[in-house]
Write a protein that binds this ligand. Structure first.
Ligand code: ZN
Length: 81
């Protein structure tokens, strides 16, 4: 490094703590509900027993709930994450 005639005051920039970037919620389309296996669409979520096929239940960890009618079904213990 060469010496500068004009000594610029060294301003130490305080590093701002990086803002944690907002994690965008992964958009889950209907694609997330199906898995293609052997050219067949396999449903990954159970459908509501009350509302019938077409009404998927939301995964809530240890249980599934239907957003349509509020029906809740607990997962079998061995399937819990
Ligand atoms: Zn339902």
């Amino acid at each position: 490094m060469s010496e500068n005639a004009e000594e610029a005051p060294v301003v130490e920039e305080k590093k701002k703590p990086e803002k944690p970037q907002r994690k965008r919620k992964k958009e889950k389309g209907v694609f997330a509900l199906y898995k293609i296996e052997n050219d067949k669409a396999v449903r990954l979520r159970p459908t509501c027993e009350r509302c019938g096929p077409g009404y998927f239940m939301a995964d809530h960890g240890d249980r599934y709930t239907c957003g349509h009618c509020g029906f809740t079904r607990y997962k079998p213990v061995e399937n819990r994450e």
